[in-house]
Design a protein around this ligand. Structure first.
Ligand code: ADP
Length: 251
């Protein structure tokens, strides 16, 4: 492996390894309702990341003693497929997957009216099919669409993106190489309708000014993701409506 110094992450024209500008998102695509057997589901592609999310619930908690008397329990499981990274990943949950499951749950919880469903469980299963940096934030973006698709009442969707630091400059939405060789990464999740941050992590060292700048870069990107999330949900329901109409016309 080349050492950090030997890798140029920004060229003379200010382009990154994949040709993007510093404030440019990778191409992305969000789809709602991709799985028939789950109560709600979503799929996201962000650059090379491919992630599918399934939601079940609210449903009765089993075993019953885990139920919370005053609200639903949100359970998240972030899991990477064995083939999602270059070297086969062990199928057993790694320390990182356990941690990310918790981090993602905490980023989603503020958006959900959990108090409306006491003694129940809402399960969110996140399967990373292909990983290339920024999977936790892409998972949050897809999971909130899957929750909405399941009909779980929510205050707002949550959309997320990471801002990192490469060659001393802030860069939006780091890919795998940039994440590996860059100086830092700051995943940010926001409920855009409330302008409320539900996740702010930092790996690496950032100054106060950099954090402020990163938040403003992230919030611009998050608006685009939010738009795509809403479009994905609308598209699904327009499709269902068309199916119902054509069924009614056919009978
Ligand atoms: P995030 O995916 O949210 O950026 P990390 O910063 O922990 O989370 O991971 C960065 C990237 O490192 C992942 O997106 C993935 O591409 C890569 N990665 C994570 N785990 C492994 C692994 N077990 N083997 C190879 N690459 C991995």
């Amino acid at each position: 492996m080349p050492k950090n110094k030997e890798i140029r992450l920004i060229d003379e024209e200010g382009r990154r390894v994949d040709g993007r500008r510093l404030d440019e998102l990778r191409p992305f695509r969000i789809e709602a309702g991709v799985l028939k057997n789950a109560d709600g589901s979503a799929y996201i592609e962000l650059g090379n990341n491919k992630i599918i999310v399934a939601v079940y619930g609210p449903r009765e908690a089993h075993p019953k003693h885990i139920a919370l008397p005053n609200k639903a329990m949100l359970r998240c499981r972030y899991s990477m497929a064995t083939f999602s990274v270059e070297e086969r990943k062990s199928p057993s949950p790694s320390r990182r997957e356990v941690e990310l499951s918790k981090v993602i749950r905490e980023a989603l919880e503020p958006a959900i009216f959990l108090e409306e469903y006491p003694r129940t469980v809402i399960d969110v299963f996140i399967q990373v099919l292909e990983a290339d940096g920024g999977t936790r934030t892409a998972s949050i973006t897809a999971a909130s669409v899957a929750l909405a698709d399941a009909g779980v009442p929510m205050r707002d969707l949550v959309a997320a993106i990471a801002v990192g630091k490469i060659e001393g400059k802030l860069a939006l939405d780091l890919n795998g190489i940039e994440d590996q060789y860059g100086e830092g990464d700051m995943p940010i999740a926001i409920m855009p309708g409330y302008n409320l941050v539900t996740l702010l992590q930092a790996d690496g060292i950032f100054t106060v000014e950099e954090i402020e700048e990163a938040l403003s870069m992230a919030s611009i990107a998050i608006k685009k993701l939010y738009e795509a999330q809403r479009e994905a949900l609308k598209k699904k329901y327009i499709k269902i409506r068309e199916e119902v109409l054509s069924y009614e016309q056919g009978t």
